[in-house]
Design a protein around this ligand. Structure first.
Ligand code: AMP
Length: 572
């Protein structure tokens, strides 16, 4: 694809030719586009999902198998009396049932919320409460460890479907084998309004609770376009996205886009381990690979030698997302894999890839690439009156903005209209990321405009971490920031001031680390805790994370006019 030509000729309406729509004009349903329609196009016997388990076991599901299994799940929801629009939460590792549950629930026109299985009980309860979870699909082990004790806090959660043996005597807990396996393999998807809610993805903000980004079935148009343009998916591809479906990349590109494009989607249950991963690339003859900078940095640490003798002849295209991809990583990729990693950029709110280095384009290492055909991007300046002004000059930093609307744009933050409205001005969606555009039209990531933390590709809200720390009886105040880390990009660090009568020391530090880990889970909990007598605050009492960070990293402290006056004197 020539980017300039394609972008000039592109129209979202023309791109609809890549989708079928429900038979009889019954609307647009993501799961129908991802699964059922392929049976009508002669792809029924093609492998849709090839699952590689932790011990190397393999299971294959053709598009026909997947159509039948997802029909069973949709029927099971119906049998439970679950209605269209109700929320089905999924909490489990990358097991085949996860994929069946997500697609089956979409067929039933339920709203799917995938949760990260490494979340602790607090992030789970917060999201399930906010999102009004009606059904939870999980494993017996995760149920015991994370749900059982908090279930009474979720009165709206009527059904738990467990993949495996159900713990006995638990009301509303249904083993998959009893509920789903015997259900009929025939199901007709009901009329699906393209603008009806399909996915609810929680993402973190600087303040307050996480935000529930609402996505609709129409988003599938962006998934097919980005699958073809940004990931270069073609009919014969064998695709592997390493992201977990608990995060948006693992859903949009670990489930939906590859299946909508009709390729074979490889799912690997194991976390990063060079032998497993390189083995998958070789044995499965992966042609298109979508991974992330943290994993690439781990591979770089091991060195290109670890790849010696690995047959990568099938590998055609490699892409990366989620965090800044250092130029060295692109160069290293070229040396180690014989091909570069193509960086691309998007976020939960955009629903799909928005800026990308395309297969047919020269890569500038360190750049996120150019806007997707159909997407108008700009670097803008926010003005005092609430308006924004695009910055025309190249190489000037500002906020990355996208012209509204596009098919996969979030349609709201659940129950938070004001917060949603604040993301838009003058027909632009404001991303909260700082960037600049060079004279050739390539975009370069500069940083976040807010306090959210990106650790190993996962977005973490400081407020959620601070709240968990504050629940500990010893903690008077907590301020949480991200500090640079050579492997994870950033790690979470907490500054804590104690209540009178508690003594700062190693024992308490360990206790607080353990407390946070138990509440939040390993992926979200702080890795470091430092005690302070007091924390810098604004006059209105808000902890100034920006200042904590500047002091931690030895950066300029910036404007201190709102800082509480005794803080200025007593600053550590
Ligand atoms: P999430 O919503 O969890 O997918 O996180 C989105 C955020 O991740 C973006 O707003 C960026 O801050 C960051 N991000 C995603 N892709 C890239 C990239 N290619 N380069 C730099 N930062 C990225």
């Amino acid at each position: 694809m020539d980017h300039a030509v394609t972008a000039a000729q592109f129209s979202w309406n023309d791109a609809r030719r890549w989708l079928d729509g429900l038979p009889g004009g019954a609307g647009l349903n993501i799961a129908y586009e991802a699964v059922d329609r392929h049976l009508l196009h002669g792809r029924g016997d093609k492998v849709a999902i090839r699952w590689i388990g932790k011990s190397g076991e393999r299971q294959e599901f053709t598009y026909t198998d997947l159509a039948q299994a997802t029909n069973q799940f949709a029927n099971a929801l119906h049998d439970l009396g679950v209605m269209p629009g109700e929320r089905v939460f999924v909490l489990m590792g990358r097991l085949p049932e996860l994929y069946v549950a997500v697609l089956g629930a979409l067929k039933a026109r339920c709203v799917v919320t995938p949760l990260f299985s490494a979340f602790g009980p607090e992030p789970i309860v917060t999201r399930a409460e906010m999102g009004d979870a009606r059904v939870l699909v999980t494993t017996p082990e995760l149920y015991q460890r994370k749900i059982r004790d908090v279930r009474e806090r979720l009165p709206g959660l009527k059904h738990v479907i467990v993949v495996g043996a159900a713990p006995s005597d638990e009301p509303g807990v249904h083993p998959w084998g009893v509920l789903v396996s015997p259900a009929s393999t025939r199901y007709t998807i009901g009329h699906t309004d393209p603008e009806s809610m399909a996915l609810l993805h929680f993402t973190s903000g600087t303040t307050g609770r996480p935000k529930g980004a609402v996505h609709v079935h129409e988003a599938v148009l962006a998934h097919v376009v980005t699958g073809r343009y940004a990931l270069d998916l073609h009919d014969d591809d064998v695709f592997w996205c390493t992201a977990d479906p608990g995060w948006v990349t693992g859903t949009s590109y670990g489930i939906i886009a590859p299946l909508v494009c009709g390729v074979t989607n490889v799912v690997v249950e194991a976390e990063f381990d060079p032998q497993t991963w390189y083995g998958v690339l070789e044995r499965e003859r992966i042609t298109v690979w979508y991974t992330a900078p943290t994993a690439i940095r781990m591979m770089m640490k091991l060195g290109a030698e670890a790849l010696q003798g690995v047959d990568l002849s099938a590998l055609r295209f490699m892409a990366s997302v989620g965090e800044p991809l250092n130029p060295e990583a692109v160069v290293w990729g070229l040396k180690a894999f014989g091909r570069p990693f193509h960086d691309n950029w998007w976020q939960t709110e955009t629903g799909g890839i928005m800026v990308s280095n395309y297969a047919a384009m020269d890569i500038k290492p360190g750049s996120m690439g150019k806007p997707l055909p159909g997407i108008t991007a700009a670097v803008v300046r926010r003005l005092a009156d609430g308006h924004v002004e695009p910055i025309e000059a190249p190489d000037v930093d500002g906020e990355l903005a996208l012209k509204t609307p596009w098919p996969s744009m979030m349609r709201g933050y659940l129950h938070e209209d004001e917060r949603y409205r604040k993301c838009f001005a003058d027909g632009w969606y404001l991303t909260g990321d700082l960037a600049h555009r060079d004279a050739d039209g390539y975009y370069w990531f500069v940083g976040r405009a807010d306090d959210v933390i990106k650790s190993a590709g996962h977005l973490i809200g400081p407020f959620e971490v601070e709240s968990a720390l504050m629940e500990h009886p010893a903690v008077a105040e907590a301020g949480v920031i991200g500090i640079p880390d050579p492997m994870a990009g950033e790690v979470v660090k907490a500054f804590v001031a104690l209540k009178p009568g508690f003594e700062a020391g190693e024992t308490l530090r360990r206790e607080l680390l353990g407390h946070a880990r138990k509440r939040l889970g390993a992926a979200v909990a702080p890795k470091q805790i430092e005690f302070r007598d007091n924390l810098p605050k604004t006059r209105s009492g808000k902890i100034m994370r920006r200042l904590l960070k500047a002091r931690e990293l030895g950066l300029p402290e910036g404007d201190l006019s709102t800082l509480e006056s005794d803080e200025k004197k007593g600053a550590p």
